[in-house]
Design a protein around this ligand. Structure first.
Ligand SMILES: Nc1ncnc2c1ncn2[C@@H]1O[C@H](COP(=O)(O)OP(=O)(O)OP(=O)(O)O)[C@@H](O)[C@H]1O
Length: 325
């Protein structure tokens, strides 16, 4: 059964100014990424295709090194890759037992853990099947079992639910909840926005290599993420005739309104405004940013505070002019 992982013994993982590019002249896939993974945290990473999610997860898992910046702390880590190398010369049970010993379990403990996780994922009947003969779904069950069997302090899941049947998907969600309850951290990427909806302690979005906290409405639960009711800014922007704002912009925004002609009024939490401006200015062709100004706070209702004869108007700060305004 899963070992308890007391918080004080665990190493906290921290990425400081991390950048990664492939090849000396390659484009930067990630740049200036700062992230701290606290014990017990459940963290979701989002981003469009090719934005560097798997690259970031490989760095978190310790399987890749940053081109610049540094990674501090290394909890005991297990990883489910996006593509699991299935054609390995072992039976499922032997492979899991081998991995269990690599993760520090004794052989009997590794054998018990292998049996337990194959059972939990509904794959006990395949324990003696050579890995190369497993179906894609059963092979994925082995992929998640190998990551869970030694109760890692940090579990990194790259689309780990893909290919699992419904009961196994539910079991993996339970396993994630058990890990975080026991003080382990879990970082995951999943294409389904409903995956573990409402449960992450933090959600981050990768946009053009930068990682920023995501605080929009959760699409799965309709609940607001932590910072969505924090300070917002209003961005007025104008695009090419008839064009809708780029997808990244609508993803980052909490409200997008077409106001006149090709102009749009976009409300975005302050924490995401840099990413949104980058998305507008980096669009092809780029959007013209007309103004950026703080969203006025709602006016308190005088009726709800009868002691106040006069309702104070919120102070509206001066608009911030941008470079291309
Ligand atoms: N080993 C590699 N060598 C060269 N380029 C790579 C390598 N791995 C990833 N890339 C490139 O880095 C970019 C980001 O890839 P990555 O797989 O991290 O993105 P992703 O967000 O996980 O994509 P997806 O959602 O499609 O899985 C892509 O342009 C990809 O081609």
């Amino acid at each position: 059964m899963a070992r308890e992982v007391p918080e004080r013994e665990q190493q906290r993982l921290r990425l400081e100014g991390v950048g990664r590019r492939y090849g000396r002249r390659g484009c930067w896939v990630l740049s200036g990424v700062d992230l701290e993974v606290a014990p017990g945290a459940l963290i979701r990473i989002e981003g469009a295709n090719g934005t560097g999610k798997s690259t970031l997860l490989r760095l978190l898992a310790g399987l890749d090194a940053p081109t610049e910046g540094r990674i501090v702390g290394r909890p005991r880590t297990a990883y489910v890759p996006e593509r699991f190398p299935a054609a390995l010369p072992f039976t499922a049970a032997d492979y899991l037992m081998h991995l269990g010993t690599v993760h520090g379990l004794s052989r009997p403990a590794a054998a018990d853990a292998a049996d337990e996780w194959l059972e939990r994922f509904g794959a006990a009947e395949h324990a003696r099947t050579p890995m190369s003969e497993l179906s894609k779904g059963s092979s994925q069950k082995v992929a998640v079992a190998q990551a869970l069997l030694a109760a890692p302090e940090l579990l990194v899941l790259d689309e780990a639910w893909t290919g699992l049947d419904d009961p196994a998907r539910g079991e993996l969600e339970r396993a994630v909840a058990e890990r975080t309850a026991a003080g382990g951290a879990v970082v995951f990427v999943d294409h389904d926005p409903r995956r573990l909806a409402g449960r992450p302690d933090a959600t981050y979005a990768l946009v053009e290599g930068a990682l920023s906290p995501r605080t929009r409405m959760d699409r799965g639960t309709g609940k607001e993420d932590a910072g969505a009711d924090g300070p917002h800014v209003i961005v007025r922007a104008q695009g090419p005739a008839g064009a809708a704002p780029p997808d990244e912009v609508t993803e980052l925004a909490t409200l997008v309104e077409e106001v006149a002609g090709d102009a749009h009024r976009i409300s975005v939490p302050q924490s995401r405004s840099d990413a949104l401006l980058r998305a507008l200015l980096g669009a092809r062709p780029p959007w013209h940013v007309v103004s950026v100004e703080p969203r006025p706070e709602p006016v308190p209702d005088a009726a709800s505070d009868p002691a106040r004869g006069v309702v104070p108007r919120p102070r509206t700060p001066e608009p911030v002019e941008t470079e291309n305004s």
